[in-house]
Design a protein around this ligand. Structure first.
Ligand SMILES: [Zn+2]
Length: 408
């Protein structure tokens, strides 16, 4: 164990010196300076393209704009794959290592959302402005700065504006990258998601269900005595609410949406709910998953027992989302490099866990981390989302230096 720790310390030290040395390379230094100089422009861009709505499963318009931007910034082989991912290549001396640098196009907001971005001083406000318009802006800033500094990397960087990161999108863009469009070609993966200077190396896995309760339905007065799908669902929700889950590893559950019924004076024929369960630990997640399935069935059995005379309720729990759990070891080269690089830009925290595009490579054993895009974000996933651009260039510079360090 001692040897192991000593090795780690030496590796971390070597890596820290290496990061500092890399930052002093003339072309890299020129690129870092360009990233700072260009920051105001890419903040304007962030505000501009964030007004192109990108609701779940409807990222095409913003994707088209990124296809145009990738081309205008000089990326090669710019294309949109069948999952809607926008892919562009910046070739190095060799095709490998191939680093994928990603940020997600989609937001959690439905199509009718007002996506106008407003500014007050250094603060931008608008749905998705931090998550993940910030990551997308950092990606553009990095591409431009690499060009401005004329940086040559030994390996290749493939930039991807990906789809389906949020909600029921279920990481479909990233899953498609690894299963199809860049299958077998990805050696390392970083995604820039949200704000701050965080580093995420643990991928929280999740199960998501849409549970539908059905019954014959009828008149609230005339058919009284019939089992009621909404009331069965109420029993299920009460059971879920009473679950005890471990705090470490953090394991969570949420009934996020419900619907059903047609009228106040009708026994409904249908009700539905959407449930999200998460853990960074596979065993805890499986235990919670089993408890959830039992609770739903028990709730329906109890409802049917309570009202026996006039038609029973049935239930179908449909899996609508599954995000694999995974992690990139804290002593892996990619994490040591990310910590060493981030330290230069004032990152002081440790490592985090989250549910991001990196879950997919983490699960497949490909070195992956997710980093924040700098600045200060508040209210992610809320209509009141805001992004304070103060010193946000540090996030662009950090992502840039990390990309150069990993494309070797
Ligand atoms: Zn995000």
């Amino acid at each position: 164990m001692k040897h192991y720790c000593l090795y780690l310390t030496i590796a971390a030290l070597a890596s820290a010196q290496d990061a500092v040395r890399l930052a002093e390379d003339p072309t890299v230094k020129a690129a870092l300076d360009a990233a700072k100089r260009n920051e105001a422009h890419f903040i304007d861009e962030q505000a501009r393209f964030c007004e192109i709505a990108a609701p779940p499963f409807k990222e095409e318009a913003r994707g088209k704009e990124f296809e145009r931007l990738f081309k205008s910034l000089g990326l090669e082989n710019v294309r949109i794959d069948k999952a809607g991912n926008v892919i562009g290549v910046r070739s190095g001396a060799a095709a490998h290592p191939n680093l994928v640098f990603a940020a997600h196009l989609d937001t959690v907001f439905p199509p009718e959302t007002n996506v106008k971005v407003t500014r007050e001083g250094t603060v931008l406000k608008g749905p998705g402005i931090g998550d993940d318009c910030r990551g997308l802006a950092v990606m553009l800033g990095v591409i431009q700065a690499l060009k401005d500094g004329n940086v040559k990397t030994p390996g290749t960087i493939t930039f991807v504006a990906d789809t389906g990161e949020e909600g029921l999108g279920d990481l479909r863009g990233t899953k498609n990258l690894f299963a199809d469009s860049l299958k077998g070609q990805i050696d390392k993966f970083i995604s820039v998601d949200g704000t701050g200077l965080s580093i995420t190396n643990i991928g929280v896995g999740s199960y998501r269900y849409r549970v539908t309760f059905k019954g014959p339905g009828g008149h609230s007065f005339g058919a009284f005595g019939m089992a009621n799908p909404i009331q069965a669902m109420g029993r299920a929700i009460a059971k879920i609410d009473a679950f005890e889950v471990p705090t470490n590893p953090k394991t969570t559950f949420n009934v996020g949406r419900v619907g059903g019924g047609t009228s106040v004076n009708a026994i409904p024929f249908e009700a539905w709910m959407e449930v999200d369960m998460r853990s960074s630990d596979k065993t805890s997640l499986e235990a919670l998953h089993a408890k959830f399935k039992n609770a739903v069935q028990e709730a329906v059995d109890e409802e049917n027992k309570r009202w026996t005379g006039r038609g029973a309720v049935s239930v179908s729990p449909d899996l609508v989302g599954y995000r694999p759990a995974g992690s990139t070891s804290a002593d892996s080269a990619i994490v040591i490099t990310a910590l060493a690089v981030s330290k230069i830009f004032g990152h002081k925290e440790g490592l985090r866990e989250g549910s991001t595009d990196s879950n997919v490579p983490m699960n497949a054993g490909i070195p992956a981390i997710t980093i924040g895009g700098g600045g200060i974000g508040t209210g992610a996933h809320a209509l009141t989302e805001a992004f304070d651009t103060k010193d946000s260039w540090l996030g662009t510079q950090r992502a840039l230096l990390l990309a150069v360090a990993l494309a070797r």
